[in-house]
Design a protein around this ligand. Structure first.
Ligand code: GLN
Ligand code: ZN
Length: 760
């Protein structure tokens, strides 16, 4: 070993940074709008870092991740570190303004693209490479945080995204087609990392963590080989800190022996997503510190300490030393259970959020180092919680389980697609190229005020309902006036398309303060799906029939699909996801049946997250897509052939799931396509899809109002791929982020363009 750093015993791979009460969100948003200056922003950020480190040290970690703070995103931070920001922000002299311009764009500059961080709900910014992108080391941020941590006496371990992952997640800039993919620049980038290691050792750093989650995926063909080359070079440096390569979100296969062959001192493995069994087969691991991620960093369940300690004990012989860790950064879970006053005692005992996970790591490290007896109280409490969880009747609703088996056994199938099309056309009598929208209308200030007033007790539920109905009436009147063919109620009553349902379903708990960062300053509060899911009563019917009572045009019932509900919740880990998905599907199915009985002729079941849950390894994809499609079909097959089922998909490259989209067999699929220029239609045709489709004709993510000609052109283009009887006209997503003026103008143009194209 070229360093003398002592191995650590207890750590986490990273932690939340948005603040226990979203302090960072508030501070950056104030800074963006000019309400605070840079000094105020920096002091808010420094206070958060200080508190985070203090709590991690107090809890007993002997190595603490630093440089995990970010004003926006860690991939963007890494781009800054290696000097690879896009040239279009190069003209901005202030470093923080330049950083935020890359993240958010401004009037002249387009922001970096944002996409999902592996299979989590965190979104990172995608660095862009041009053939002339050159690297240069800019370690200001990491050194500043190190210095702060050192002043606080923190055993700091800087965390940096590793070179293989950084390049694998970057892309060639759109205007440099034909340029080699960023990963081709690995050797060059590794030299920057080599330089960084020299700087870090000069600053007294003993351990550095490089995150390489890409090694658990199939994203890069020869990832193991690339990692071996990179870490052989970095590990071969004589002047450097000890290197810890952290991997997470899945199992290392061939990359494990590859990493083990390099001179790095520590390797981190995710033992929640992967198994410990494979580790014993790698004899050279005996020279390394194995950082065992036995505490789930991305879900909210309390660790089975007895079992985790068993796993840790079994690893003793496999490595030179074993440290205890979370499986990944706790960025993906809320700060602490203490911020949730309303959880019942049993449910509370089953959970562990960020801080509680740190306590588990520390207990396990003590148990491993000093013997099981030293944590017998902790193990007893964990065993009691697990016993309470397995025996709780809320986790085992016999009626739900029986109903699912009997529906599945009876086939859960609708009639053939052409038979449905005929029955629906007879009932709905829609014109060719029917016009519609995706569901939500602008979140007006009246809606926000009503929600706040209800929360603060200023108004009661009856008054809230009255205000929501007034919003619905406005939205219906607007759509009538615009001349749309299929109307929606506008979703004013929904705070969020998943939480709204979670709050009404048994088996879910909606947290009060369980915020996690989704991207930049945006946070979400995923509900906790802890038990068997059941629907005590209808969830949407009252609103939809009210909307339908105001118009002769059909109003679409609007539901969120089972896969999306799972994707945006913390889901129980005691049974296969497929089983949980079926339970959610049953609740949605019951809702569709009630909507149909109330006279609703069209029901949309949104699945924007279909692509999100796609497993990271190719071998697992088929199984996932099978149960995802089954769940959607279970949720939509309870209605008559004459009831039209729509679905909506967005946020993604559909390539890998295109066959599954066809298999959903919805009567009408609206799909984000405004930016992918109808390619998706060709792909759907190639997948044998022959139901109706509404490729978004304009991009709702921008305030720009599309012109009539532009929409007409896009429709004519779509008609080359799909005949008029199968083509719907709609925006590419819900309208809730837009203003009423933008929506009114855009939809006016959409209706006019459709009339023009219908006329030929
Ligand atoms: N029906 C939802 C809406 O219009 C769909 C949102 C989404 O696609 N993410 O807001
Ligand atoms: Zn959408």
């Amino acid at each position: 070993m070229s360093t003398t750093a002592a191995p650590f015993t207890a750590t986490i791979l990273g932690s939340p940074r948005i603040g226990p009460n979203r302090e960072l969100k508030r501070a950056v948003e104030k800074y963006w709008s000019g309400r605070i200056d840079r000094a105020e922003l920096e002091s808010a950020a420094a206070a958060l870092r200080r508190d985070t480190w203090a709590s991690l040290v107090a809890a007993g970690l002997d190595s603490v991740p630093v440089n995990t703070f970010s004003y926006y995103d860690q991939m963007l931070d890494t781009a800054v570190l290696v000097g690879a920001l896009p040239t279009r922000v190069g003209g901005i002299t202030d470093d923080l303004d330049r950083y935020f311009a890359a993240a958010r764009g401004n009037d002249e500059i387009a922001p970096l693209e944002m996409t999902k961080w592996f299979d989590t709900n965190y979104h990172y910014l995608v660095p862009e490479f041009r053939p002339d992108t050159s690297f240069s080391l800019n370690p200001v941020k990491v050194l500043a945080e190190l210095e702060e941590a050192r002043a606080q006496g923190v055993p700091a371990r800087p965390v940096i995204i590793g070179p293989v992952t950084f390049l694998a997640l970057s892309k060639a800039a759109e205007d440099s087609v034909g340029a080699p993919s960023p990963i081709a620049r690995l050797d060059e980038l590794v030299e920057i990392y080599a330089e960084l290691l020299g700087v870090l050792v000069d600053h007294g750093v003993e351990w550095v963590q490089f995150d390489e989650p890409v090694l658990v995926t199939d994203m890069v063909d020869n990832a193991a080989e690339l990692a071996e080359r990179a870490y052989a070079r970095l590990g071969g440096l004589t002047k450097r800190p000890a290197i810890f390569v952290a991997t997470y979100f899945g199992e290392l296969t061939d990359a494990l022996p590859a990493l083990v062959r390099t001179p790095v001192e520590a390797i981190g493995v995710d033992l929640v997503a992967g198994s410990a069994a494979a580790l014993a087969a790698v004899p050279e691991l005996k020279d390394k510190l194995l950082v065992a991620g036995v505490v789930d960093g991305r879900n909210v369940w309390r660790t089975d300490l007895d079992r985790a300690l068993g796993t840790l004990d079994s690893l003793r012989g496999s490595a030179k030393a074993v440290a205890v860790s979370t499986s990944c950064s706790t960025l993906h879970v809320p700060y602490t259970l203490d911020a949730e006053p309303d959880i019942d005692a049993a449910l509370r005992s089953w959970l562990a959020f960020g801080l509680e996970k740190v306590t588990e790591v520390v207990a396990l490290a003590r148990g491993l180092g000093q013997g099981r007896d030293t944590i017998s109280a902790e193990i007893a409490a964990s065993n009691a919680a697990i016993a309470s969880r397995t025996s709780d009747p809320r986790l085992n609703n016999g009626q739900v389980r029986e109903r699912i088996s009997s529906i599945v056994a009876s086939g859960a199938k609708r009639g053939p697609a052409d038979q449905r099309r005929t029955a629906q056309q007879e009932r709905l009598k829609l014109p060719a190229l029917p016009t519609t929208t995706i569901g939500s209308y602008p979140q007006t200030s009246a809606i926000r005020i009503a929600r706040a007033d209800l929360r603060s007790g200023k108004i009661d539920a009856a008054e809230y309902n009255r205000r929501m109905k007034a919003e619905i009436a406005d939205v219906i009147a607007l759509q009538e006036q615009l001349g749309l063919d299929v109307l929606v109620h506008g979703e004013p009553e929904r705070n969020d398309m998943v939480q709204y349902f979670a709050e009404q379903l048994d088996g879910f708990f909606a947290t009060q303060n369980g915020w996690v960062q989704s991207y930049g300053s945006r946070c979400v509060r995923p509900p906790i799906l802890y038990g068997d899911v059941a629907r005590p009563e209808p969830m949407t019917v009252e609103w939809i029939i009210y909307a339908q009572s105001l118009t002769d045009k059909p109003v679409k019932g609007m539901l969120t699909g089972p896969v999306t509900i799972l994707a945006w919740s913390f889901v129980r880990d005691d049974q296969p996801l497929a089983d949980t998905a079926a339970q959610v599907a049953l609740a949605i199915r019951d809702e569709t049946v009630d909507l149909q009985s109330a006279g609703i002729a069209i029901i949309q079941v949104d699945e924007p997250a279909l692509r999100e849950l796609l497993p990271l390894r190719s071998k697992d994809k088929e199984d996932y897509l099978r149960w995802a499609v089954d769940a959607f079909r279970l949720s939509t097959s309870g209605v008559a052939d004459s009831t039209q089922i729509h679905t909506h998909l967005c946020y993604s490259e559909f390539g890998e799931v295109i066959g599954a989209i066809a298999d959903l067999d919805a009567d009408v699929t609206s799909i984000e396509a405004a930016r992918s220029h109808m390619e998706v239609l060709d792909d759907l045709n190639a997948a044998g899809f022959s139901n109706s489709v509404g490729p978004g004709v304009y991009d709702i993510h921008s305030p720009r109002v599309p012109g009539v000609e532009e929409i007409a052109t896009s429709l004519r283009e779509a008609l080359k791929a799909v005949p008029a009887e199968r083509l719907w006209v709609n925006p590419d997503c819900g309208l809730k982020t837009r203003t009423t003026d933008e929506v009114t103008e855009s939809l006016k143009h959409l209706v006019t363009a459709t009339a023009k194209v219908r006329a030929g």
